[in-house]
Design a protein around this ligand. Structure first.
Ligand SMILES: O=C(O)CCC(=O)C(=O)O
Length: 263
């Protein structure tokens, strides 16, 4: 499972380069989705049973945005097979036009219904300790996602703005950030709304502004997110949610088994 190659067209790669995201349908089979979902449900149950803190923050406001479990691949074989599999890593490799990518980290992001909060507009790269601005995320839907379920939204081309200020995701939906973007104000910004079926995904560049609304349905919104960087990416010190993994020094290339390589 999760192997083989998902061959992108030149148009899809160019779309990603131009817009900072791309949506890809039917990347996983129904069986692959079901296996991942089951593994994630076990992880959630284990986390509750062990009272383990597998995410950066457990405070109540942040928990309304999502339950976040980080580096789940290290604990569950099915998730490891997915995260390190050639299919998803291979798409990241094609989109970044690199010969290989390394995993930065994974995180499961589950938006529970009721009292759910939006994920504020933000860029990811401002939280990542890397010199280059080339890393990207795959956001895999494990449930069918609609606006009501809390699907992802992207601002096309916003990765070209460069890094802006980080946002505290625990605080407010912060939709007004849109108005602050130096691309002409709210009226001229037309977000792409990534509704899709389970097993479909989006990839977004680390500097692309994105958002997800609250989950106002009756069921959970389960997403598995994996972040990859082209092999050869250099470490640049910055406090990060997964901590000081790897003891890298400023300017050193990411290497070693904590950041596995995928060809
Ligand atoms: O799933 C969400 O609510 C937000 C996801 C996100 O910010 C990301 O994958 O970078």
């Amino acid at each position: 499972m999760y192997g083989g190659e998902y061959r992108l067209t030149d148009d899809q790669i160019r779309f990603y380069e131009e817009n900072g995201f791309v949506q890809l349908h039917n990347v996983l089979t129904a069986e692959e989705v079901q296996t991942l979902r089951a593994a994630l449900d076990v992880a959630i149950a284990d986390r509750d049973r062990l009272k383990a803190n597998w995410g950066p923050r457990e405070d109540e406001e942040y928990a309304k945005v999502f339950l976040q479990m980080v580096n789940v691949w290290e604990r569950y074989a099915a998730i490891e097979e997915y995260v390190l599999g050639s299919r998803i890593g291979g798409i990241a490799r094609q989109l970044t036009r690199s010969s290989a990518v390394r995993l930065w980290h994974d995180h499961a992001l589950i938006k529970y219904p009721k009292d759910s909060k939006a994920t504020a507009w933000h860029q990811d790269k401002v939280y990542w300790p890397m010199r280059e601005n080339t890393a990207l995320s795959c956001w895999m839907a494990l449930d069918d996602v609609t606006v009501d379920k809390g699907c992802m939204w992207f601002i096309p081309g916003s990765h070209k703005l460069g890094p802006l200020d980080p946002v505290d995701l625990g605080k407010a939906g912060d939709e007004d950030l849109l108005a602050l973007l130096p691309i002409g104000g709210r009226e001229s910004v037309r977000p792409f709304i990534a509704e899709m079926k389970a097993g479909s995904c989006t990839f977004h560049h680390g500097l692309t502004f994105h958002y997800a609304g609250p989950n106002v349905t009756d069921g959970p919104r389960r997403a598995m997110v994996t972040i990859y960087m082209p092999a050869g990416t250099h470490y640049a010190p910055l406090a990060h949610l997964i901590g000081d993994r790897g003891n890298l020094t400023d300017g050193e290339e990411f290497h070693g088994p904590l950041f596995p390589i995928i060809r």
